[in-house]
Write a protein that binds this ligand. Structure first.
Ligand code: NAP
Length: 349
């Protein structure tokens, strides 16, 4: 395939800068790379594929002439600009939460439901990071024995909130170790040396957070499951820089023993099984950060239910949880000759 003109919106952010790395690592066929961000970053130079590219401010002019845009500049920017980018002729792979649950927007995980991309109308959504890594590990189990219910607890890193949260954990850690009071700006409480049972917000009096609601709704959409798939999620923020960890209790439809589960997962694309707990071998956030695969360990029977297993699932939220999947979706689109905006497009909706 000849090279594409690729825009990366939010290129200076935690996700966008990782998108630049992953595009180069995977040798995605880029003829021209256009990094886009706010006016604040215009003119800044970013490393790309052994050279440098100059950031352009997002505008009607800077989105012209592109084939594909990988967008990670927040929901408000995507709500306004994704239809404009589609109208300008580019297919958008969007990392924000804004479009994920729209009926005419496919929500795609490359190993799980690549065929969903076929129905795109100019925009494909990338799932939430904690949902993404979980469904990669659940898909082989779903296909083999069915899943009735999931009980999820997450331990999410600060890079999931973006660049400013990474800086906040750094600053607060130094403050506490220096005997000073940590100042909380991004999160409602200090995150250094703490665990917060709140990821995102409690909207409209809901007693689940928006992150927990996203995990429940997006998991069902990606797996093609109805409300009959019971899901209960508790999401916590922990003072870890990169990679989300999850404890997932899976109630299967048919019985599944831990050894068969290990075999299923070891054979699944994008999954690495690391499970010799007596030797201290299980996935940890610091080991998994920087990897593209989802790692699974502590696979064991739940003694309280004959059809339940417990899994420990760890993934790099900036890589498989965002940038890597976005680039893999772009690869799926390229393989299926889908990097073109169909009519009627989302922009006309
Ligand atoms: N972090 C994760 O693990 C993760 C995973 C999945 C999805 N996401 C989603 O991806 C999005 C970005 O997250 P992030 O963690 O990368 O955030 P971030 O580090 O704060 O980066 C935000 C990016 O958006 C740009 N931006 C902000 N306002 C803009 C505007 N008005 N016009 C153009 N560009 C603008 C910023 O540019 P400037 O530098 O010019 O301000 C920056 O490049 C969010 O919607 C987030 O929910 C994040």
């Amino acid at each position: 395939m000849s090279g594409l003109r690729v825009g990366v919106l939010g290129a200076t952010g935690a996700v966008g800068s990782t998108v630049l790395e992953v595009l180069a690592e995977r040798s995605f066929p880029v003829a021209e790379l256009v990094p886009l961000a706010s006016e604040r970053s215009a003119g800044k130079r970013l490393p790309f594929a052994g050279g440098e590219v100059e950031v352009r401010a997002l505008s009607e002019e800077s989105i012209q002439g592109l084939d594909l845009v990988i967008s990670s500049a927040g929901g408000a920017v995507s709500s306004e600009w994704a239809p404009r980018i589609v109208a300008a002729g580019a297919v958008v792979v969007d990392n924000t939460s804004f479009w994920r649950m729209h009926d005419d927007v496919p929500l795609v995980v490359s190993e799980v439901n690549p065929e969903a991309a076929d129905a795109h109308r100019g925009l494909i959504a990338n799932p939430n990071c904690s949902t993404m890594q979980m469904v990669v590990a659940l898909k082989p189990i779903l296909d083999a024995v069915g899943i009735e219910r999931l009980v999820i607890s997450t331990y999410q890193s600060v890079s999931g909130t973006g660049q400013r949260a990474i800086e906040e954990l750094n600053e607060q850690s130094r403050a506490v170790l220096g005997g000073e009071e940590p100042e909380a700006r991004i999160y409602p409480h200090p995150i250094a040396f703490n665990v917060l049972p709140q990821v995102e917000t409690f909207k409209g009096g809901d007693d689940y957070t928006t992150e927990e609601r996203k995990m429940m709704a997006e998991t069902r959409k990606i797996l093609g499951a109805s409300e009959e798939l019971g899901i209960s999620a508790t999401c916590a923020r922990v003072p870890v820089f990169g990679a989300h960890s999850e404890s997932v209790n899976v109630q299967t439809r048919e019985p599944l023993d831990p050894d068969t589960c290990r075999e299923l997962l070891a054979a699944a694309p994008g999954v690495v099984v690391l499970d010799q707990p007596a030797d201290g071998l299980y996935p940890t956030a610091t080991d998994v950060a920087g990897h593209d695969e989802v790692f699974v360990g502590r696979i064991r029977r739940d003694p309280s239910h004959e059809r339940c297993l417990n899994l420990w699932i760890v993934g790099d939220n900036l890589r498989k949880g965002a940038a890597t999947n976005a680039v893999q979706v772009a690869e799926v689109l390229a393989q299926r000759d889908l990097i073109r905006v169909p009519e009627p497009s989302l922009a006309a909706a």
